[in-house]
Structures are given as structure tokens and as C-alpha cells.
Design a protein around this ligand. Structure first.
Ligand SMILES: Cc1cc2nc3c(=O)[nH]c(=O)nc-3n(C[C@H](O)[C@H](O)[C@H](O)COP(=O)(O)OP(=O)(O)OC[C@H]3O[C@@H](n4cnc5c(N)ncnc54)[C@H](O)[C@@H]3O)c2cc1C
Length: 310
């Protein structure tokens, strides 16, 4: 169970008050392998599924008061959880925050909604801008936090701003201009949870959007053939280069550590052949980085997030 430094200071009544008020599900000792696309990760002490802003505020206040670490989880498609799991609370955003409010060429999209669902709704409405995201399996919240992108477009191009709940439990709107978007990164205040994303699109026709989606789907043909569990690209592309090409040229395609393997289809993907451990994936990542650095003098930066304990 969770242990926090300030736990003794918090009254039992407070915990009971929180438990009675919280509308979402709360699970204990949850294997993170069931919540990540890599299908890897030890147990999280607690996983809570806030249903709405009230739940989120209560949950953050509770975690802060008890001094419990917490980590925000979207679809877990860019995440490696270590084998020892996570000591604290995983805030799972995929069961609440599922609303989309459309206003002509704009939308306010709940953080828990899948990118694919948003792309599909844009297609029906003839709204262009998010087609690049077809085939990216995350949530809108995760996509903003990662500034997810593909083929020259990224979330930054379609985001007007975000609604967050900060670690004091306050709701704030942050305009895109203050999000410091860069390659696979947004500067979201530490400990804040993205609740909703304000998005803007270009009005066109459903057919035009459909054509673009088809074009991007075609471009994704190679990587979509990777069938083993994975987390997409493991490393960021160095300026002007492709990490996958560097890894392939270094002869590392198919390289294994335990049951983790550099994909034989897409060299920047590491796949779980069955019972891979986080330590296997991390060993393979270290091998790749060492090899590319010694051969090319290039330091590959991980794209995936790594959390938890060994
Ligand atoms: C097959 C495959 C293909 C992929 N292709 C691409 C691609 O082309 N381009 C690309 O950019 N990525 C790609 N990815 C990676 C991944 O899908 C994206 O990064 C996605 O946006 C992550 O969303 P998620 O909901 O899964 O986030 P998670 O993996 O759950 O979390 C990622 C990070 O975002 C944070 N986060 C999640 N939700 C919130 C929230 N509501 N508030 C605050 N922080 C939050 C988490 O704490 C974590 O740090 C791919 C992955 C796979 C498996």
C-alpha cells in the first residue's frame, strides 16, 4: 500500500471523506502491464479513474495532502513502467473526460478521448488539421503532453490552449503560446493534469479529410505491420536524421535482450515478444545508445517516458 511522508498528519476522516466523495473507480495493486501498449510494468499501488473535474480536484488534493506521488496515465502508448511498479497513485484519464463540444471549426475535447475518435469526428464534419494523427493510438491528453506528431505536423498546429487542474486543485486555462511546444514536448506545469484541450481546425469537406487520412494511413504502412506489443518510436529523431535508419545501419534490427527485441520491421520500435521485462527493454535501449554513440558520435534521446521502480 501507499506510504507517504505526511501520511500521519492526515486524519482518517479526511481519507473517508475522499473515498465517499470520489465517483470514479479506485483499484489497488494494479499490474501496469495491463495498462501499457508494451504490456510491461510491475504493480501500481493505486489506480484511480476520475470521472470529472470534481474527482480530479479531490484526487490531487488527497495525493498532495498525503504526500503521495501521482502519475497521469492516458492510453499508456508512450510509456515504459519499470518492473517494480509505481509507489503511489496512477491517475487514469481514460474513463472520464470523454466529452467533445464542437463550435464550427473549433472543439473542446476531453483529455480521455482517443485521437482516433477525434480524427473520425473531424472527418465527418469536414474539419482538417488532425489527419496526421490517424494511427497514433493515444489520448488527446497524452498527445498534447507529448506534442505528438507525424509527417511534419504536430499537436501544436491544432491546439489553441488547454484546461488544466494544477497541483493546488485549481482550474486554469493555458493558451498554446504559453505551452512552449517543441519536438515531442509541451511545457505543462509540473503536477498539472490536462483535463480538456481547445482545438482549432480548417473547414473543408469530409471527402478532402478522408483523402488526407488515406494518404497518411498509406505512409504508415510499414510501421503498422509491427504486430507485437510496442510503444511506437523509442528514440527521437536527431536533427535532420532518422533514429530508425541509424539503428538499422548499425545492424541492430532483430537484436534481443530477453524477450525484448529491436523490431525487424521498424528499427526504432522495440517489441515485446511475450514476457519481456522493463529491464530487458532498458538494456536494449542502452545498447542502442552506446552503439550509435560509439559509431556516429550521436546521442539518441529517448522519446518514451520511463516511470516506476526497478
Ligand atoms: C503503434 C504506435 C505508433 C505511434 N506513433 C506515434 C507517432 O506517429 N507520433 C507520435 O508522436 N507518437 C506516436 N506514438 C506514441 C504515443 O501514441 C503518443 O505519444 C501518444 O500521444 C501518447 O498518448 P497516451 O494517451 O498513450 O499517453 P501515455 O503514454 O499514457 O502518457 C504519455 C505522457 O503523457 C502524460 N499524460 C498523459 N495524459 C495526460 C494528461 N491528461 N495530462 C497531463 N499529462 C498527461 C503522461 O504522464 C506521460 O508523461 C505511437 C505509439 C504506438 C504504440
Amino acid at each position: 500500500m501507499v506510504k507517504g511522508k505526511g501520511e500521519e498528519k492526515v486524519s482518517v476522516q479526511y481519507s473517508l471523506f475522499f473515498i465517499q466523495r470520489f465517483k470514479g473507480k479506485v483499484l489497488f495493486n494494479v499490474p501496469m502491464s495491463e495498462y501499457t501498449s508494451l504490456k510491461i510494468g510491475g504493480p501500481a499501488d493505486v489506480m484511480a479513474f476520475p470521472q470529472d473535474e470534481g474527482d480530479l480536484k479531490d484526487l490531487i488534493a488527497f495525493a498532495e495532502a498525503k504526500n503521495f506521488p501521482f502519475y497521469i496515465l492516458g492510453a499508456g502508448t508512450n510509456l515504459l513502467v519499470r518492473d517494480g511498479g509505481f509507489r503511489g497513485i496512477i491517475v487514469n484519464m481514460t474513463e472520464g473526460f470523454k466529452d467533445i463540444i464542437w463550435q464550427e471549426d473549433k472543439a473542446i475535447v476531453g483529455a480521455g478521448i482517443k485521437l482516433s475518435e477525434t480524427v473520425a469526428q473531424c472527418r465527418e464534419r469536414g474539419l482538417s488539421g488532425l489527419e496526421f494523427a490517424v494511427g497514433i493510438p493515444g489520448t488527446i491528453g497524452g498527445a498534447v503532453a507529448m506534442n505528438a506528431g507525424a509527417y511534419g505536423s504536430e499537436m501544436k498546429d491544432v491546439v489553441d490552449g488547454i484546461e488544466i487542474i494544477n497541483k493546488k486543485g485549481q482550474k486554469k486555462f493555458i493558451p498554446a503560446s504559453e505551452l512552449g511546444f517543441s519536438y515531442r514536448k509541451a511545457e505543462i506545469p509540473k503536477g498539472a493534469v490536462v483535463a480538456r484541450v481547445h482545438m482549432k481546425f480548417e473547414k473543408t469537406t469530409p471527402d478532402a479529410v478522408r483523402d488526407k487520412i488515406k494518404e497518411f494511413t498509406e505512409k504508415r504502412r510499414t510501421s503498422s505491420k509491427v504486430t507485437y506489443p510496442n510503444a511506437g518510436s523509442m528514440f527521437k529523431n536527431p536533427e535532420g536524421l532518422f533514429a530508425g535508419k541509424l539503428i538499422e545501419d548499425a545492424g541492430l534490427k532483430g537484436e534481443r535482450s530477453g524477450e525484448a527485441q529491436v523490431s525487424e520491421i521498424h528499427a526504432n520500435y522495440i517489441v515485446n515478444l511475450g514476457k519481456a521485462k522493463a529491464k530487458d527493454v532498458l538494456a536494449l535501449m542502452a545498447l542502442i545508445r552506446d552503439r550509435i554513440f560509439s559509431q556516429k558520435g550521436i546521442v539518441l534521446e529517448p522519446e518514451i517516458k520511463v516511470v516506476g521502480e526497478d
